[in-house]
Design a protein around this ligand. Structure first.
Ligand code: GLV
Ligand code: MN
Ligand code: MN
Length: 400
């Protein structure tokens, strides 16, 4: 499975993945998922929000145990963030069938659409729509960098955007969702463990800063006469770093748009996206308020207008304690491994669903901690340990 997925959406220039929602690479990932489901005799379906499901048993029976993750990527992402959870889900089912496990509950494998939000700017679109955290009206307004709306993109990929919307009946049939994911930090590497269990996800969000100045000639405009939005933008990037350091948080400007984007023109617009995350809400508020205040002062000093828009926000996620403890018991019993419990600053569909259904996450060791990069990596024997841990968990939750 891993070898089949590896070439899909991989850029030969960067070595990274460009599996963005509703593109050709995304379609190839989706075809792969459907083939895996059908090869195992599972019932395949796409839900009203374009998420893919594969079922062993009838989900209408209720109390289903679901596992899976996402197959899309950030721009030039790694091979593991998302796909490891989906591949491990199918591999864990194969392992359980090999063990002769008898399922007493329906088992589902899911590929949530557009988890990374690389194309439309909002992460976890598939799970947010399903849970109702994103309304249909908000989804219809999502637009990519080329002006293509989410409904248009879905339609050109052969999906009906008319069905988008909350799916409470589907969620009501799920008793537990367990997402396996490559760790996106070095906690397991440092503790010497292959597998961890998630405790919490930091609150996080994305804010768009639009600095509007005055386009002018780069050679003939006196410095004193300029309204150059690049200057307050640059000062704001530095302010974000300072505020994050002070609060023990993180803050990143990783995406920027410049108009007219000419070498010899002072820009008219600099648009930068702030991604900020902290262990608690108060620290995150301090960072974002501080960055915005500094940005307004810098903009005013340069005669530049500033608009700040919060594009998305996910509050702190404290994963279901009973399910987390259950995973700890199962893995403690089934394996010789110690299983540490870790928090993370990365967002996940499991976090979005956590206020609707009991959710849990398993992390697989990442020896460098690098993620959202072509250098993202996990060793094969750690991935196999992940599959076995997931199989143990599914057996404990869904089998006699
Ligand atoms: C998703 O991976 C995120 O944390 O932004
Ligand atoms: Mn990611
Ligand atoms: Mn992910």
């Amino acid at each position: 499975m891993w070898a089949e997925l590896l070439p899909v959406g991989r850029s030969s220039a960067s070595g990274g993945y460009r599996r963005h929602a509703w593109t050709g690479a995304d379609a190839d990932c989706r075809t792969w998922f459907q083939e895996q489901a059908e090869a195992r005799g599972l019932t395949y379906e796409t839900d009203r929000n374009g998420n893919q499901w594969a079922w062993l048993g009838d989900p209408a029976a209720g109390n289903a145990v679901v596992t899976g993750s996402h197959l899309d990527s950030v721009p030039d992402g790694g091979a593991f963030d998302g796909p490891l959870g989906v591949v491990s889900a199918f591999a864990a089912l194969d392992e359980l069938r090999g063990r002769g496990a008898r399922f007493t509950k329906p088992l589902g494998i899911v590929n949530f659409g557009d988890e990374e939000g690389a194309r439309f700017g909002l992460a976890c679109v598939g799970s947010r729509l399903t849970s109702g955290a994103l309304t249909v009206e908000q989804a219809h307004r999502l637009t990519d960098g080329d002006g293509v709306t989410l409904p248009q993109a879905m339609e050109s990929a052969g999906y009906d955007p008319g069905t988008l919307g909350p799916d409470p009946e589907r969620l009501a049939r799920i008793g537990a969702f367990v997402e396996l994911h490559v760790e996106q930090g070095r906690a397991l590497d440092l503790s010497g463990d292959r597998i961890g269990i998630a405790s919490a996800i930091w609150p996080h969000g994305r804010w768009r800063f639009d600095f509007r100045g005055e386009a002018n000639h780069a050679g003939t405009t006196r410095l004193a006469d300029r309204h150059d939005p690049m200057l307050p933008y640059a000062e704001t990037v530095l302010a974000a770093r300072r505020e994050a350091e002070l609060a023990g948080a993180v803050a990143t400007f990783g995406k920027i748009g410049v108009e007219p984007n000419g070498v010899n023109a002072i820009p008219s617009l600099v648009r930068g996206w702030l991604d900020s995350r902290a262990a608690d809400q108060a620290s995150l508020d301090t960072v974002v308020t501080g960055v915005e205040k500094a940005a307004r002062e810098y903009a005013a000093a340069h005669g530049v207008d500033l608009d700040v828009v919060r594009e998305s926000f996910t509050p702190v996620v404290d994963f279901d304690h009973a399910l987390r403890d259950e995973l700890g018991r199962i893995l403690g019993k089934e394996t010789e491994l110690r299983v540490p419990v870790l928090g993370t600053g990365a967002g996940h569909d499991a976090g979005i669903l956590s206020d609707r259904i009991p959710t849990a996450m398993l992390f697989v060791r990442n020896p460098t901690g690098v993620s959202h990069s072509p250098a993202e990596y996990a060793a094969e024997d750690d991935c196999v340990a992940g599959v076995n841990a997931l199989a143990d968990v599914l057996e404990g939750l869904a089998c006699t």
